[in-house]
Design a protein around this ligand. Structure first.
Ligand code: MTE
Ligand code: HPA
Ligand code: MOS
Length: 772
């Protein structure tokens, strides 16, 4: 390319730039907490976990552990100098069990030793005195007993009873959907390092450094200003490190404070899976009224969510399920009810989509049922119900859908996936092949962007310009592999028009940017990108004044381009300008703060505008199922995803692919299995199957919707990407249903995940002969 670099304004935002750590990730050179050089005297910690689902904890005898060589001590609830609390929202969520253990894997005590294996073996030597109590393991049983962890939530609009009473057709169903383990490559870990005068530095693999800081301070009974939490990166979080890291960091910091030594705590995969929360499994009972064309007149849906032993984030997860039960469809009369069922299983928590997947799979099952009952094309039933002129644009929770891209996205994906031709081919295949059946499905996703608790939608950033023109960037967001750090660095480089290499990405630290929200709800780049944009823009304004004085021109004349600052045909380097500004005693550092505008939410009436905007996507999936073994395979997937004007389309494509495959795992192969005593038996990769590279569809066409800036004023008009495409994975489950329906034409009785067993059951129910 022969372009004069002086004339062409380069754009860093919008470029597909590799993840800042990509090369280090693959070379094994990116440092995770377990890679940090250990300080002399470092202790290693292991939990003593409850082996029973429910019981009265009378006490324990640690004498056998304490005599082991290298063991430094055992600590439990009575040793906590401050509060024994780790809950993200509610009090009473204790780090260490007090007199009741209420799930298998419940933390009772923590043991420290000079090395990890000794600590782990010592923890197993602690003798527990527990009187077993009756355990409630089933969601529906908890509901019958009215055992809930938070009050019921209801989104109500119109008159659903009247709508159902007068509807020409009424269908109902029950759907069970499983939970999901996060299966991040790096299990939970923290490294606590004591300082002087009661100070504590905690390196934590957390999406929420501020929450770790506050709970560590609370546990130690000290002020937050004595604790710093730092995170360079996580080896994956997926929501599993939004609230749960306080448990691990809290224990490590307690040991550190008690012994005066650094303490590292990392969980073995087994303990991570048994002892920390997952996606909520749900049971939902629904009833829908429709007209002859499949237009929804009213929908009644009652969700039973498995909270586990305590609330954690279950309340807001249910809120998001209730505010995503509409997905892309206008539902004139709605009653969506969510119960947070208390069971003697580990407390569930945030997981990519945060209730959205549970709401969206429900309405997609409803739509699929309507179409099959009325013998209509499922896509026609979808289209007739889309938000828009023919239906309406207000969601059941009162937010208007102002930026509707549903028709655009779904029509484009149907066209690029050759829907019509492939539908005919698949039907022909099925007519000739009784054993291997194929299925095809399309679905849209509309996902609301913002934390559904308005106050969380804020962020801070800190930008310094040094005298050589290099820039230091810090913000409250955390890096978990999703590419947040490179995106925010691109924003800052764009503001100053310098090379991306000039912007130093740094660890998230509560001492640099305080009072942050979790990096969650897909809002990381919206919030932190905007805070960094504001900080950089403020510094730039001051620099521009200095440059204008220097060149003796109006400020409007000053142009930043390719690392230099120009006034007509004269220029100085960005570093020279920084030095000039310093000499004039101009501040070269700035803290930016951003709060999302326009949003509000009333948690009592469950009405408002919880989301700044919606993100849209659509997918077409094709599967083959083996009707003799129940095995399924996704043969092809076509995805079109709206990301506004992307900050980094390469990162966004990776997010779409990864989220889709993770969603595929949720609805096909990932199955959590508890035995009758409430012990989780799927505690490692041998028994818990996540998708592997060979499960990725061999034909995988992922596209970003072209040139569609966000209509809201987000950073460079981009849109969030982290969670929405996970729900597109539900298209695979719908395609499996389609394949099963081809056998007898009836409505498949298929729950999620569609494991081979579940598929075989559904196939046998569908077979005309009752078996095959
Ligand atoms: N991508 C990777 N590689 N690893 C992760 O842990 N977490 C997801 C998503 N993408 C995750 C990921 C979840 S649950 C969320 S909420 C977003 O990233 C958070 O980051 P963002 O807000 O910067 O998109
Ligand atoms: N997503 C993730 N975490 C949250 C949310 C949300 O919508 N609301 C509160 N915590
Ligand atoms: Mo994502 S579940 O909001 O961390």
């Amino acid at each position: 390319m022969n372009i004069d670099p002086k004339i062409v304004q380069r754009s860093i935002v919008g470029k597909g730039i590799a993840h800042d750590s990509a090369a280090r990730h693959v070379a094994g050179e990116a440092n995770y907490i377990d890679d940090m050089p250990e300080l002399p005297g470092t202790l290693h910690a292991a939990f003593v976990l409850s082996p029973v689902a429910h019981g009265k904890l009378n006490g324990f005898d640690a004498s056998e552990a304490l005599v082991m060589s290298g063991v430094a001590g055992v600590w439990s609830a009575k040793d906590v100098p401050g509060h024994n609390e780790v809950g993200p929202i509610h009090t009473g969520e204790t780090l260490f069990a007090e007199d009741i253990v209420d799930h298998e894997g419940r933390v009772i005590a923590v043991v420290a030793a000079g090395d990890f294996e000794t600590a782990y073996r010592a923890a197993k030597k602690v003798k527990l005195d527990i009187e077993p109590l009756e355990a409630v393991l089933d969601i529906e049983e908890a509901h019958r007993r009215k055992n809930y962890v938070v009050p019921v939530q209801e989104v109500i609009d119109g008159d659903v009873d009247a709508a159902l009473a007068s509807a020409p057709h009424v269908f109902s169903g029950k759907l069970k959907m499983g939970g999901q383990d996060h299966f991040y490559l790096e299990t939970h870990i923290a490294y606590a390092i004591p300082g002087e005068n009661g100070e504590m530095l905690v390196h934590s693999s957390t999406q929420h450094p501020t929450e770790v800081q506050h709970h560590v301070a609370g546990i130690l009974g000290i002020h937050a200003n004595a604790v710093e939490c730092q995170v360079r990166r996580m080896g994956g979080g997926f929501g599993g490190k939004e609230s749960q890291p306080t448990i691990i960091a809290g224990a490590a910091a307690l040991i550190s404070a008690k012994t005066g030594k650094p303490c590292k705590m990392r969980l073995k995969r087994r303990d991570d899976m048994a002892g920390t929360g997952k996606r909520h499994d749900f049971v939902v009972n629904w009833k829908v009224g429709v007209d002859g064309r499949g237009r929804i007149l009213g929908l009644d849906a009652e969700y039973l969510a498995r909270a586990g032993n305590l609330p954690d984030l279950t309340g807001p997860v249910i809120t998001r399920a209730l505010t995503h039960t509409d997905n892309s469809y206008h539902i004139p009369n709605a009653r969506f009810v969510g119960h947070a069922c208390k069971t003697n299983t580990v407390s569930n928590t945030a997981f990519r989509g945060f209730g959205g997947p549970q709401g969206i799979i429900t309405i997609e099952a409803v739509i699929d049922t309507i179409a099959r009952e009325l013998k209509l094309d499922p896509n026609a039933v979808r289209a007739i119900n889309y938000y828009g002129d023919g239906t309406g644009d207000t969601t059941p929770y009162g937010q208007k859908v102002e930026d509707n891209r549903l028709v655009e996205v779904t029509e484009a994906v149907l066209a690029s996936a050759d829907w019509q031709q492939r539908r005919a081919e698949i039907d022909a295949h099925n007519a000739a092949n009784p054993i291997i059946r194929r299925g095809l499905a399309m679905m849209p996703v509309k996902f609301g962007i913002s934390f559904n608790l308005t106050s969380l939608n804020q962020a801070g950033a800190l930008v310094h310009v040094y005298l050589d023109g290099s820039i230091f960037l810090n913000h409250g967001g955390t890096e978990m592999g999703q590419g947040l750090f490179v995106k925010v660095a691109q924003v800052v480089a764009e503001v100053f028009q310098v090379d991306l290499d000039m912007v130093r990405i740094s660890s998230t630290a509560t001492g640099k940017v305080p009072n942050t929200s979790a990096t969650a709800a897909s809002t990381g780049s919206d919030l932190n990108g905007m805070a960094a944009f504001k900080a950089a823009t403020a510094i730039k304004a001051r620099l521009t004044t200095v440059a204008a004085e220097h060149f003796d021109v109006e400020e409007e004349v000053i142009i930043y381009r390719e690392g230099r600052v120009h006034a007509d045909n004269r220029s100085v380097s960005f570093g020279e300008l920084a030095k000039m500004a310093w000499a004039k005693r101009v501040q070269l550092s700035e803290a930016g703060h951003y709060a999302t505008p326009k949003i509000h939410w009333d948690g009592k009436t469950m009405k408002g505008r919880p989301f700044f905007y919606f993100s849209y996507g659509a997918a077409v999936a094709e599967v083959a199922i083996d009707t003799l073994t129940g095995e399924t395979r996704c043969l092809r997937a076509d995805i079109l995803q709206d990301v506004g004007s992307p900050l980094n389309p390469a990162i966004d494509l990776g997010q779409i692919e990864g989220a889709f495959v993770q969603g595929m795992g949720w609805v096909t192969c990932e199955e959590l299995w508890w035995d009758k005593t409430g012990r989780l038996r799927t505690v490692g990769p041998s028994t818990y199957k996540i998708p592997g590279s060979r499960d990725v569809p061999p034909i995988f066409n992922v596209r970003i919707l072209d040139n569609m800036p966000n209509r809201e004023e987000t950073v460079f008009r981009s849109k969030a990407i982290g969670e929405p495409p996970l729900m597109l994975g539900i298209s695979i489950w719908l395609a499996v249903r389609d394949a099963i329906a081809s056998i007898a034409g009836s409505v498949p009785q298929l729950d999620s995940p569609a494991t081979p067993e579940a598929v075989l059951r559904a196939v046998n129910q569908s077979s005309p002969s009752g078996s095959r």
